[in-house]
Design a protein around this ligand. Structure first.
Ligand SMILES: Nc1nc2c(ncn2[C@@H]2O[C@H](COP(=O)(O)OP(=O)(O)OP(=O)(O)O)[C@@H](O)[C@H]2O)c(=O)[nH]1
Ligand SMILES: [Mg+2]
Length: 432
């Protein structure tokens, strides 16, 4: 799939509208975020245009006069792409491209483009391409001739959509170029989805094997750029790229972490969330986000130095709800406290840390231990005395209350995490 804003250095003009009077992130703040997104994609921002409107224009999104102004500015600044902060309808993008004589993309396409640049694993690449094609599907119209241009043919000339000659055996009689493009896109989507299913099955098996190692899992979640990867690195010595740009991390990384209370957990870094995350992306990434959905505990990492911390938290909560992790227990981690001179508001047992300066980490680890400790359960099982491995595991990962050996068996009472309890029960000769 083509990358929309990355091949060469793009010069962008940003366009947003202000509908006025809604809570949450203002249009100005949203445009500032769009600028960070554009720069994260490798474009330079030449100008930003905003218009106050009661409602978007159904034909050109911004008013027609404003569109003329955007065209003027783009010529003056030599911009080659206009990036709109809001979702454009297929017709709006088309009309704008015709009028502005510029490539026109919207926020969703920009985010998809960043994801396309960052995807490293096969699974990530498949997910991104599926999201891009799903986005393109309803936009594939006669005027949208990208696919046909690639093959060097223009889709039907003037007026009607003409059937093209030639290509015997590749298309039926009378099938138009547009229909061919649509069919190809559908077929490619189907192929990609089948391939992704296969890749996911492998990953699922890996996860199941990992879960046989009975460690509770903790997932780092949060707004993009809040410091999740930095925290994973400082806690586990992992080597995940952490950078001051949006969506550094795409593919999940999982590491083992030993807590001060001797509990071992698996901790997973995940993709960041953002204001108006494209839906095709959430859908495509459902499987990757499985790490979040199946976690025993979420660490919601917040950039406490951001003026929009509260709005970001709300957006993260909403996405968690949407992917089915709304009910999972969580610790709110106020990160980057080295940048705030006042203590950030610590509602509901939040923990303040600086991942970069290693501040507050012991307390965070204690909180993780305490939260997961709550889920420890007391079990009484009889094991074959030869299962020294399991007895050692119970001692290592939990608290053994009593052990009694007789006649080649051991009766044990212990307080352990649910996965350890499951393992012990599976191997038990009897349960009290
Ligand atoms: N001052 C300060 N900067 C921090 C702290 N933690 C992280 N950062 C910086 O914040 C930026 C983003 O950090 P990352 O760890 O990449 O953030 P992330 O949440 O993984 O971001 P995505 O993967 O893009 O979602 C980097 O420049 C970090 O150095 C902190 O405690 N204090
Ligand atoms: Mg990251």
């Amino acid at each position: 799939m083509h990358s929309v804003a990355s091949e060469q250095h793009d010069r962008a003009i940003l366009v947003g509208i202000d509908l006025g009077g809604h809570a949450g992130i203002s249009s100005e703040e949203s445009l500032a975020e769009l600028k960070a997104l554009a720069e994260s994609a490798g474009a330079s921002v030449e100008a930003t245009v905003s218009q106050r409107l009661k409602a978007p224009d159904p034909r050109t999104f911004i008013g027609r006069g404003k569109a003329g102004e955007v065209g003027e500015i783009s010529r003056m600044t030599d911009a080659n792409v206009a990036i709109f902060d809001d979702a454009l309808s297929p017709a709006q993008s088309r009309n704008l491209e015709n009028q502005l004589k510029l490539r026109v993309i919207d926020r969703s396409q920009l985010i998809l483009d960043i994801f396309a640049q960052r995807a490293r694993t096969l699974e990530g690449k498949l997910q991104v391409e599926i999201a891009q094609l799903a986005y393109l599907q309803p936009r594939l119209t006669r005027q949208w001739t990208h696919l046909s241009r690639v093959r060097g043919g223009a889709a039907g000339g003037g007026g009607g959509v003409g059937a093209r000659g030639g290509g015997v055996g590749t298309r039926g009689p009378g099938e138009t170029q547009l229909e061919v493009d649509r069919r190809r896109l559908r077929e490619r989507l189907t192929r990609l989805r089948i391939r992704l299913k296969q890749v996911e099955r492998t990953r699922d098996n890996q996860r199941r094997r990992r879960l046989e190692v009975p460690y509770p899992t903790v997932a780092l979640v949060g707004y993009t750029n809040s410091g999740k990867s930095t925290l994973l690195n400082v806690l586990t010595g992992a080597n995940v790229e952490a950078a001051n740009r949006l969506f550094s991390t795409l593919d999940p990384t999982i590491r083992r972490l030993r807590l001060p209370n001797r509990m071992t957990v698996m901790i997973a870094d995940t993709v960041g969330f953002i204001h108006r995350l494209p839906h095709t992306l959430i859908d495509a990434f459902k499987a990757t986000l499985e790490e979040v959905r199946t976690a025993d505990l979420l660490l919601h990492v917040v950039d406490a130095s951001s003026e929009l911390a509260a709005e970001h938290m709300e957006i993260v909560d909403r996405v968690l709800e949407e992917i089915g992790a709304g009910a999972t227990r969580r610790i709110v981690v106020m990160n980057k406290i080295d940048l705030v001179d006042h203590t950030p508001p610590m509602h509901g047992g939040a923990v303040g840390i600086s991942a970069l300066r290693s501040l507050g980490l012991e307390r965070l680890l204690d909180c993780i231990g305490a939260e997961l400790g709550i889920t420890r359960q007391e079990i009484a099982v009889t094991l074959a005395a030869s299962r020294g491995d399991l007895i050692a595991m119970a001692r290592r990962e939990g608290e053994v209350i009593s052990e009694e050996y007789r006649d080649g068996v051991v009766a044990m009472r212990a307080r352990v995490s649910p996965p350890v309890a499951g393992r012990l029960r599976k191997a038990a000769l009897a349960e009290a």
